[in-house]
Design a protein around this ligand. Structure first.
Ligand code: F0G
Length: 482
């Protein structure tokens, strides 16, 4: 994305890449979309991708690769041990993050598994700016607890705080006093805090966190999966970083971290992951877990082709034109929806545009899953697939009662370099239409409710015939249009 002023009409984000390989999309008529949603048990995870028009479920593993990534994949050096491709990736990590030791893993949660196994024991505490589902699951599985130290502003849906992903330093200090430094396995900072809407932390906040970690001898771990977006926001919103290059900001963050791990399904626009550090003892401690759970030290469960793509993808992430694209599309989408009065998470973050289902569907009780109902309704009226981020994604408590989520969000991810602006405009148009017809949308109830990870596999039905009414209203309004 370039900062280009338009002469005739409003300025819009301008893509600094062109499509050279395309995939055909199909937009089914609304009646067929309704049937597909019913077959999927009103759960967008269970839709077939062939029935989806714009897949905004996630940015994970579905970012567009560049010509240079594809070309590099052809050069991959296939070997179990000592592959040349691994050396290339290791050198790229050294160059960008300044970390000497790199351990490969098949994706982000595999890194979390390894780090939790190495550092978390029963009674351990892991303070963090915000949790992510897989991170928390691994820490809890090893007997640890997660202490979330987010800003009060971080969980306010509408805000003008530029760094809603910051850690609250006073809460951090209080947590150390409460538990004692010896109980703290490590401190985790998540770039582009996923579950609160892809919200960044500032370099200044990271420096503060580091200062306290040093004072108490605590390990600081950076989850860099969503680093690309966070880098963009630091450069754009943090006064003292405006003149720094993306590479310099990356290095500044890396120098403050003892360990960095990432999902290369996000960072680097490929598929895979890894952990890096400058600390030889840490490296030796976690090294032995990699061949056990992932694969030999020079591939860690990744194909060599993906490793080549990651090395190039990391280099491309140091380019402002590349990292701007996602956040600028998201800002465009968020701002246009806001203008039309649709409740959205503000300020716009990375990862995707987040609709506030709590307000969008204020008439749907939380126990009838407003975010899930909104996800089903949006797919039916548009073919756009989003991800429920609310009560449906929580787990019932020991007595079988619902755990009501702080926020009810529908996440519409914007994978990098994938969509065109006209596709984004189409999504906006249908969301606005849906908002104006929101009174027609009703709740959902489970017909098949798995005990764990119910949001992945669960099947639901509508509490009334609201979907029939929604389809009828659509036809009334759009005639025979798709
Ligand atoms: N950390 C963050 C911040 C993430 O967003 C994810 C994945 C992971 C770790 C785990 O990485 O998927 O490669 O195992 N987020 C995906 C999403 C699943 O859709 O937001 P992974």
């Amino acid at each position: 994305m370039a900062h280009v002023k338009f002469y005739y009409g409003d300025s819009v984000p301008l893509e600094m890449h062109k499509a050279r390989i395309v995939q055909k999309l199909k937009l089914l008529p609304i009646e067929q979309r309704w049937e597909a949603m019913t077959r999927a048990g009103n759960n967008t995870f269970l839709l077939k991708n062939r029935d989806v028009f714009l897949d905004m479920l996630t940015d994970s593993g579905v970012n567009a690769m560049s010509d240079k990534q594809q070309a590099a994949m052809m050069e991959a050096d296939d070997s179990y041990a000592g592959s040349e491709t691994f050396s290339k990736l290791e050198n790229k990590i050294r160059e960008i993050f300044g970390k000497e030791y790199f351990l490969p893993a098949h994706q982000g949660r595999a890194c979390e598994h390894i780090l939790s196994k190495a550092f978390v024991e029963p009674g351990s505490v892991v303070p963090m700016n915000y949790h992510f589902t897989t991170t928390k699951a691994h820490i809890v599985l090893n007997g640890g607890i997660v202490e979330e130290l987010y800003l009060d502003e971080g969980v306010k849906v509408q805000s003008s705080h530029p760094f809603k992903g910051n850690m609250d330093i006073d809460k951090f200090q209080a947590a150390i006093e409460k538990y004692g430094a010896a109980k703290i396995a490590f401190v985790r900072m998540e770039a582009g805090a996923n579950l609160i809407g892809g919200q960044p932390f500032s370099l200044e906040n990271m420096q503060e966190v580091r200062r306290i970690c040093e004072k108490y001898g605590l390990l600081l771990v950076l989850d860099a999966s969503l680093l690309a977006d966070n880098l963009y926001f630091i450069k754009k919103r943090e006064e003292k970083c405006k003149k720094m290059s993306v590479r310099e900001i990356t290095r500044a963050l890396a120098d403050l971290s003892d360990i960095i791990y990432f999902s290369a399904r996000k960072l680097g626009c490929a598929r895979g992951g890894g952990i890096c550090t400058n600390n030889k003892e840490i490296y030796q401690k976690i090294r032995e877990l990699v061949p056990l759970y992932e694969g030999f030290l020079t591939y860690g469960g990744m194909s060599v082709r993906e490793m080549e793509a990651i090395a190039v993808g990391l280099e491309e992430t140091m380019d402002e034109d590349m990292i701007n694209q996602g956040p600028q599309f998201i800002a465009y989408m968020t701002t246009e929806l806001q203008k039309a009065g649709v409740p959205v998470v503000t300020p716009p973050g990375g990862l995707g545009c987040h609709l506030d289902a709590m307000e969008f569907l204020a008439h749907v009780p939380q126990v009838q899953y407003p975010s899930g109902a909104l996800a089903a309704a949006l797919y039916i009226v548009s073919g756009v697939r989003g991800m429920e981020r609310g009560t449906l994604s929580e787990q019932r408590d020991a007595e079988g009662r619902e755990t009501l989520s702080n926020m009810e969000l529908l996440r519409l991810a914007v994978p990098r370099r994938v969509f065109t602006l006209s596709q984004i405009k189409y999504a906006i148009d249908r969301i606005v239409w849906l908002y104006e017809n929101r009174h027609l949308i009703g709740g959902l109830t489970f017909v098949e409710e798995p005990r764990v990870l119910r949001f992945f596999f669960g099947r639901l039905t509508t509490v009334s015939d609201w979907q029939a009414k929604l389809v009828a209203r659509f036809r009334e309004c759009f005639g025979d249009s798709l």
